[in-house]
Design a protein around this ligand. Structure first.
Ligand SMILES: [Zn+2]
Length: 125
């Protein structure tokens, strides 16, 4: 029973620098963990586990941080935007860190290709 509270959480993020893991019930909790951890330590965070109730095959093609393509592929499954933690899970499967994904989301939002219909949820124009 070394990591009891991680056994059933659908999402697990980790900081490779600290060897710290954090389980979460919702994908955006992973993003909040990243923001806190980055603020305190400057470290990036990777997703170790993401049990999603949607298939991500549609989003698995393309560059690691092509967040616009991920949002476009997943958007039909969400009513008011794709949670950014889900986007991070999809890009994480291709090797991107949470920090890299959030940075890319910021860049793409500046181009106007993505917007936030509500906090921490993304939709494509
Ligand atoms: Zn760390």
């Amino acid at each position: 029973m070394s990591q009891p509270h991680h056994d059933r959480t659908p999402f697990v993020a980790a900081c490779p620098d600290c060897d710290v893991e954090r389980g979460a019930e919702s994908p955006n909790e992973i993003v909040e963990f990243y923001r806190r951890h980055y603020r305190h330590t400057g470290h990036d965070v990777v997703l170790r586990r993401a049990d999603l109730d949607v298939e991500l095959e549609d989003a698995d093609a393309g560059a690691a941080t092509d967040v616009a393509a991920v949002v476009a592929a997943l958007e039909p499954r969400y009513e008011s935007g794709v949670p950014i933690g889900i986007v991070a899970a999809a890009t994480g499967r291709r090797g991107a860190t949470v920090g890299e994904t959030l940075e890319r989301i910021h860049e793409v939002r500046m181009t106007g290709a993505l917007y936030e219909p509500r906090d921490d949820h993304l939709a494509a124009f």
